[in-house]
Write a protein that binds this ligand. Structure first.
Ligand SMILES: Nc1ncnc2c1ncn2[C@@H]1O[C@H](COP(=O)(O)OP(=O)(O)OP(=O)(O)O)[C@@H](O)[C@H]1O
Length: 586
């Protein structure tokens, strides 16, 4: 009895926990915090030194020691603060690097339909603008406790100097805090809206750049620019709302501080007049009051930035929570041993519907391919040919039925091991932004010598084209050194030729080839088919009519399968397809 495929459980998402991220390097963090505490203590000592100077001055005592002490505290405080800043920058950048790489790696491991649905621009925004907001959390998370500590310590010293004035100060600050908190509540929502708008702009801009040739050819620059401007306009609106909230914070702070200052001066004046307060103590109190202002500002703006960081964390966590491809038990699962005599690929009553589509792309598809030799999958456009190939590589999974590779259900294979067995050439003949050499050896686990590379390039007729590249095989492809469609197609074929894979899936591999290169293609495929299973999806029947096995598909089903000659005799849709292409019947 066939073993049922395991339930595919997504790997546990590694969510961002800010506390864990911040304490990833406890030694440096402790040092930074201690240095920051020392800097704060230095700042707190200054007004007391001022009080001492005023008292000594009034008593005609020498001031040299006081001034030297004050200068030393100021200089040391600045140095310590700079050192703490450096350490925090180091912690912040390391954290951002870790989060960025984690998000990018996870995005690469997401299932293809999920990535398509999310959009490349939207995903890119997570590692650019969201990561920057997250970076701010490091500064804020250390600034906030220190600012809080400074405020509390300052208030403590102020109580010691004059508790009545401190009470007045606290009341004024309480009014200020209530107003700031009301603003902060609205800030997080606004940051989320801003980040979503940034994502939409990035998405549309990326999509427009990817389709730039079409945009230009159809003189659609104004249309594309207008759509981009509309998205940018929406971003401007929410950013303006955020800006308004942001500008409210310092305005409220200034107002609150001035309110506190006036209250303290009036009360302090009265207490001076009544003899309850000395001038030196009042001067020191005022200095402390002035010193609380930046700390209270840091607290208010810090909480605002924290809201931004938390919103960015939530957005990144939403992405990290998307299940990656594969199965977390993959690592523990032994790689299946190919079953002797089993077909290379076998479809058993496979049905599949694309996400977001109402119509099944495949309905009860069954066919198999031998371990070696060429299988051609043919049929009209939209028949489901590419979808069938995508199921073999487990880019998507069947809604019902099963696909087996080398005798094992694709869901039984660890994903890595499955894909190592398959060389896949997609319809767009994608090259990575890497050197020609790296592009060619993508499917090889071990090193590939120059002689082997040269042989593969010769087989697909690319020797001269690659030699003409500015740095030959070491030219980075994709930007200024791009290849033509046909050259890309042949590079992809050479990559398949060099790969270790036992199964080669080629989706429309000849659509951009001229006659000579189509002949070369046939020779390469014949060579590949001597030792491997080659499955070719082809519109041009001339390239596959010599296939040992032809699978004729239409409307998501297999209409018939067999040799070219057999199908010609018994399968009218195939005959029509052949007739439409005027392929000579053998
Ligand atoms: N990503 C997708 N989302 C929704 N529907 C899709 C998607 N990709 C393909 N389809 C639909 O699935 C059906 C089969 O598409 P598929 O690309 O497999 O056909 P095909 O035979 O390879 O066509 P062609 O020869 O034109 O490449 C079509 O109706 C198509 O519209």
């Amino acid at each position: 009895m066939a073993v049922p495929p395991p339930r595919t459980e997504p790997p546990a998402p590694d969510r961002i926990r800010l506390r864990r991220e911040l304490t990833a390097d406890p030694l440096r963090l402790t040092c930074a915090l201690l240095l920051a505490v020392a800097a704060t203590a230095g700042a707190l000592a200054l007004p007391l030194l001022v009080r001492r100077i005023i008292t000594d001055f009034a008593a005609h005592r020498p001031l040299t020691t006081d001034i030297a002490l004050m200068c030393a505290v100021a200089v040391l405080g600045a140095l310590v603060q700079a050192l703490a800043g450096r350490l925090l920058a180091w912690i912040g950048e390391r954290m951002t690097y870790r989060l960025r790489t984690r998000i990018m790696e996870h995005a690469l491991r997401l299932p293809l339909p999920v990535v398509r649905a999310k959009g490349t621009g939207e995903l890119t925004a997570r590692v650019t603008s969201d990561a920057l907001l997250l970076r701010e959390v490091v500064d804020v998370a250390t600034q906030l406790p220190l600012a809080g500590l400074t405020v509390v310590a300052t208030l403590g010293v102020m109580v010691w100097i004059d508790w009545v004035l401190t009470l007045v100060t606290v009341l004024a600050l309480a009014v200020l805090c209530v107003m700031v908190l009301l603003i902060l509540r609205r800030m997080k929502t606004n940051v989320v809206q801003q980040q979503e708008a940034v994502g939409r702009v990035a998405q549309r801009f990326t999509a427009s750049l990817e389709a730039l040739a079409t945009v230009k050819a159809y003189r659609a620059e104004p249309v594309a620019a207008a759509a981009l401007a509309e998205d940018a306009g929406k971003l401007r609106e929410v950013a303006l709302q955020g800006g308004r909230l942001n500008t409210l914070v310092p305005a409220v702070l200034t107002l609150g501080n001035q309110f506190a200052m006036i209250s303290v001066i009036l009360t302090g004046g009265a207490r001076l007049a009544s003899g309850h307060l000395q001038v030196a103590a009042f001067a020191a109190f005022l200095l402390y009051l002035l010193q609380t202002v930046p700390s209270v500002s840091t607290l208010a703006t810090g909480f605002g930035r924290l809201q931004g960081g938390l919103a960015a964390r939530d957005r990144c966590n939403d992405l990290l929570a998307l299940p990656a491809e594969g199965d977390r038990r993959d690592a523990a699962r032994p790689t299946p041993v190919p079953v002797a005599g089993a077909p290379a690929v076998e479809f058993h009553a496979v049905s599949f519907t694309h996400t977001g589509s109402d119509h099944p792309a495949l309905r009860g598809v069954s066919f198999s391919t031998a371990r070696t030799g060429l299988t051609a999958v043919v049929g009209p456009s939209g028949a489901g040919k590419s979808t069938a190939l995508a199921l073999v590589d487990r880019f998507v999974q069947p809604s019902s039925g099963s696909v087996t590779v080398l005798g094992h259900d694709v869901r039984h294979w660890p994903l890595e091991a499955l894909r190592a067995r398959i060389a896949y050439v997609d319809q767009s003949f994608t090259l990575l932004e890497a050197t020609a050499r790296d592009n060619l050896r993508l499917g090889r686990s071990g090193p590939v010598g120059d002689a082997e590379l040269a042989a593969a390039l010769g087989a697909v007729g690319l020797t001269e084209d690659v030699a003409r590249l500015p740095h030959g095989l070491d030219t980075v492809l994709g930007r200024e050194s791009d290849l033509s469609g046909g050259q890309r197609q042949r590079m992809a074929l050479a990559r398949a030729l060099l790969s270790d894979a036992e199964i080669v899936l080629l989706d429309e591999p000849t659509s951009q080839l001229d006659g000579l290169n189509e002949q070369r293609f046939r020779a390469v495929v014949d060579t590949l088919a001597l030792t491997r299973a080659v499955v070719v999806v082809a519109h041009r029947l001339s390239t596959v009519q010599h296939a040992r096995h032809v699978v004729m598909m239409n409307h998501g089903t297999v209409v018939d399968a067999g040799e070219h000659g057999t199908l010609l005799r018994r399968c009218p849709p195939y005959r029509e397809l052949v007739a439409s292409q005027a392929v000579a019947a053998h």
